[in-house]
Write a protein that binds this ligand. Structure first.
Ligand SMILES: Nc1ncnc2c1ncn2[C@@H]1O[C@H](COP(=O)(O)OP(=O)(O)O)[C@@H](O)[C@H]1O
Ligand SMILES: [Mg+2]
Length: 395
């Protein structure tokens, strides 16, 4: 910040004019006037001054650039961000702070953004070569021919935001891992203890049926009923245990397990399920297969609980460089867009879980739905089969 001291004698006209110009341009914060009672400081508190104080106290970088990206003005925050003294920043080119990757892509983007006033996510390169993720808000401040264009830019440091995003993602992935481990433990408990005991009781009830003679009609009928119910319970427990820990994935492969899941779902719910799950010659990574399986489970559970559908299709196929699983129903649907917007509610864990599961293995889930228009859940995973080991996919 420059301070001007007015001379003791009458100011020369030229100097006064220059001082006025500097004040108007905002280059001067304060004037020191020397009078009989010593020096006095006159601060400038006009509208421009207020803006400048505001911009200097902002926690974001603020810049103005000329049409050819020369930095005309920058605040201290920007200088700190790019770790470069302010006096070296001002007058230099903005390009020196762009990472090599962004040098080429920025130009057209910036042109468009400047005109429409949009935001860009990119990386800056600081003076010490460190890379800083930032968001740029760009706006053309004054128009003219290219030489006189002035671009205003606000630079937001996204380092913390990125770190939080990464932490959240890591946490979500950890939740998935812990959930799988816990499911495995419960499945084992069910299988090793409850199913065993149920089988023992089932044998006893069978023995009871055998012991009761035909003469003991009502008691025998009760015993038969008991045995049937125990049989059904044992089957149900076994089904839950299997769905908790899909060890079949390992042995049978994804396509077959998806088909079995669909068939079992159809038998249990009475819905018409059309299955089209092509077998791949090459196995997907185990965690990707598990993700596809879990997403099918959640989608089918949603169909059963919410959709009031009559028909369901489950289709697994290779589409170019992707493997895609699509689950469609013809039910009542819901407003998927609105739903995505209030994803922080607890009731959306199922759909959110699908997104997290897919992201965990590098895939993406999209949900399309509309009132009375049915629902489509699609998971896509980049996967290119090895051309050497792969034959044509058998249906
Ligand atoms: N196939 C579907 N048909 C109709 N509505 C659905 C379907 N899938 C999801 N929904 C709606 O989206 C909501 C959120 O689903 P989800 O996140 O799985 O949570 P939850 O199943 O525990 O309610 C459901 O409560 C339901 O209103
Ligand atoms: Mg659900």
């Amino acid at each position: 910040m420059k301070k001007t001291t007015s001379p003791k004698r009458a100011a020369r006209l030229a100097e006064a004019v220059e001082t006025l110009r500097a004040i108007r341009a905002g280059e001067v914060d304060a004037l020191v006037g020397t009078g009989r009672r010593g020096d006095r400081v006159f601060t400038l508190e006009g509208a421009e001054h207020a803006y400048r104080v505001l911009i200097e106290s902002m926690n974001e970088g603020a810049l103005t650039l000329s049409g050819d990206k020369v930095i005309l003005y920058a605040n201290q925050c920007f200088a700190r961000l790019v770790k470069c003294p302010l006096k070296e920043v001002i007058g230099g080119s903005f390009r020196r702070f762009l990472s090599a990757k962004d040098q080429g892509t920025l130009r057209p983007l910036m042109k468009r953004a400047a005109r429409t006033g949009t935001q860009l996510q990119m990386q800056l390169k600081a003076a010490d070569d460190s890379i800083i993720p930032v968001q740029l808000s760009i706006r053309e401040l004054a128009q003219g021919d290219t030489e006189h264009v002035i671009i205003g830019m606000v630079v937001t440091d996204m380092t913390e935001a990125r770190r939080s995003e990464e932490l959240l993602r890591a946490l979500a992935q950890r939740v998935v891992q812990v959930q799988e481990a816990e499911r495995g433990r419960v499945a084992l408990e069910l299988h090793d203890h409850i199913t065993q005991q149920l089988c023992a009781v089932l044998f006893s009830s069978q023995a009871l049926v055998d012991k009761l003679s035909a003469g003991e009609g009502p008691a025998k009928r009760e015993a038969v009923k008991l045995r049937t119910m125990l049989g059904q319970t044992a089957e149900e427990v076994e089904r839950i245990s299997r769905s908790l820990r899909p060890s079949a994935l390992e042995h049978l492969g994804l396509a077959e397990v998806l088909r079995d899941t669909g068939t079992e779902f159809a038998a249990r719910t009475g819905l018409a399920v059309q299955l089209d799950c092509g077998q791949f010659a090459e196995r997907l990574p185990a965690d990707a297969e598990l993700a596809f399986y879990r997403i099918l489970q959640e989608a089918l559970s949603n169909v059963e609980r919410h959709a009031r559908a009559r028909h369901v299709t489950v289709r697994l196929r290779q589409l170019g460089a992707y493997v895609e699983l699509a689950i469609n129903d013809d039910g009542i649907g819901f407003n998927a867009v609105q739903h995505a917007a209030r994803r922080n509610g607890k009731e959306v864990l199922g759909l959110l879980g699908m997104h997290e599961r897919a992201a965990y293995v590098g895939g993406v889930v999209t949900v399309k739905s509309g009132r009375r228009a049915g629902t489509e859940v699609v998971m896509r995973l980049p996967f290119t089969p090895d051309p050497v080991t792969v034959g044509p996919a058998a249906a």
